[in-house]
Design a protein around this ligand. Structure first.
Ligand code: CA
Length: 235
């Protein structure tokens, strides 16, 4: 994620500052750039200044409602196809229909599940072609195909549980870098999930067991008092 040019830009339109901050934090962790707008008018100004790749649009906004912002985005030729996810506190199905009729591509209802929201952002960006295609990550003799979730080591398939898969994917994105348990928790489980740091050890153990067979180098290095790294060097 070194090349900012290719990072999709997400505009978060949200008048609740704490929620906007939380969204920014999590979107940035996903590798997106984030702009914020606190009301509907500011949202339109931002969109005109620098067109984002996706708008996360709160329905209930001061000055101009989310619905009106969405309408205006759809009305302007240059933003007609701009992906919009509407965030609504309303649970009424009628409102969901209204959001979609106004031109929103998708909607989520507050309080939303963060993982589900991020999944929708990802899906919509991919549909819009703003996301780099999934690729194959590799290190030493191990490879992970993000499209098929297939993991291979030394020519043989490796079967991983979902958490071990995400752990390995995370390490493969930062080979040789040492992460503390807390950093691993934050990145793989998410900052809002409260689990014991020791949980990381459990999953690291499972990952090791799945990845290494006898006679092979242990690719997961334990760094005493520091954490873990994907590495080929022994302790
Ligand atoms: Ca609001």
């Amino acid at each position: 994620m070194s090349d900012t040019v290719h990072k999709p830009l997400v505009l978060v339109v949200e008048d609740e500052a704490a929620l906007a901050t939380m969204l920014r934090y999590n979107l940035e962790r996903q590798g997106y750039r984030v702009e914020e707008a606190g009301d509907g008018q500011e949202a339109m100004t931002r969109v005109a200044e620098q067109q984002p790749d996706l708008v996360l649009l709160d329905w209930m906004l001061p000055v101009m409602s989310g619905i009106e912002v969405c309408r205006q985005i759809r009305r302007r030729p240059e933003t007609r196809d701009l992906p919009v996810i509407m965030v609504t506190a309303r649970t009424d199905d009628q409102d969901a229909v209204r959001a979609l009729n106004t031109g929103a591509d998708d909607y989520v209802t507050k309080p939303f599940n963060l993982e589900a929201l991020l999944a929708r952002v990802r899906a919509l960006l991919r549909r819009a072609g703003a996301m780099p295609a999934k690729s194959t990550l590799g290190f030493h003799d191990i490879s992970l195909d993000q499209a098929t979730h297939r993991v291979m080591r030394n020519g043989r398939p490796v079967h991983l549980g979902p958490t071990e898969y995400r752990l390995l994917e995370f390490f493969l994105q930062h080979p040789r870098r040492v992460f503390t348990r807390e950093e691993v928790l934050d990145s793989v489980w998410g900052p809002d999930i409260h689990v014991e740091p020791r949980t990381v050890d459990v999953h690291i153990r499972r990952l090791r067991k799945a990845v290494n067979v006898e006679g092979e180098i242990d690719l997961v290095r334990t760094v005493r008092a520091a954490g873990y790294a994907l590495d080929t060097e022994p302790l």
